[in-house]
Ligand binder design. Structure first.
Ligand code: ADP
Length: 163
């Protein structure tokens, strides 16, 4: 059984992430979508909130699991017995960061391959950051995130503006 780990912040999960997850699920026996506790980023959603969203929107994919991890991604992948890390590429601008990270990960864990899936054209402009910006100013989130995520984003910004 070949397991792949798809690590990321998923703050929040977007249709771009979901497309990568569905495609990875058709290539690997098991895909673990792994939410990183990342102290360097100030998140909008807590890790438990992100896990809950991912679990809800992925419930039709039986070979996809959702989990959270701390520390080195490759160490987590090794603990899960994974053979591959999945990453998505949207544009040339993603490449340099992803290239450096994949070489670092290869040095740390030579047995784990990073597999890059190219975004579908209709998702290439979507990022968690841009989705949050649109939600902050009550823009339309159709086709960018699943309806559940759109609702939770709207609730979050409504709560934040009251607080
Ligand atoms: P990170 O904090 O690790 O960058 P993200 O949640 O922003 O986490 O992204 C996780 C992975 O998904 C990254 O490889 C990123 O390039 C990829 N990704 C994000 N948005 C898209 C998209 N619209 N299409 C394809 N890949 C994407």
């Amino acid at each position: 059984m070949i397991t792949a780990v798809y690590p990321g912040s998923f703050d929040p999960v977007t249709n771009g992430h979901l497309d990568i997850i569905r495609r990875a699920a058709s290539l690997f026996d098991r895909v673990i979508v792994a939410v990183a506790y990342n102290s360097a980023k100030e998140p909008l959603f807590t890790v438990p909130e992100r896990l809950e969203m991912l679990t809800a929107v992925l419930d039709d994919l039986p070979n996809v699991l959702v989990d959270a991890y701390r520390g080195l991604t490759v160490r987590y992948a090794q603990e899960q017995g994974a053979r591959a890390l999945i990453r998505g590429l949207r544009a040339v601008s993603d490449f340099e960061y992803e290239f450096t990270m994949s070489l670092t990960n290869k040095k740390l864990a030579p047995e784990i391959e990073t597999v890059f899936l190219m975004t579908e054209a209709q998702y290439s402009f979507i990022s968690s950051g841009s989705v949050k910006e649109v939600a902050r100013y009550q823009g339309c989130l159709d086709d960018m995130v699943p309806p559940l995520v759109a609702r939770l984003l709207q609730d979050k910004f409504r709560a934040n503006s009251k607080g």
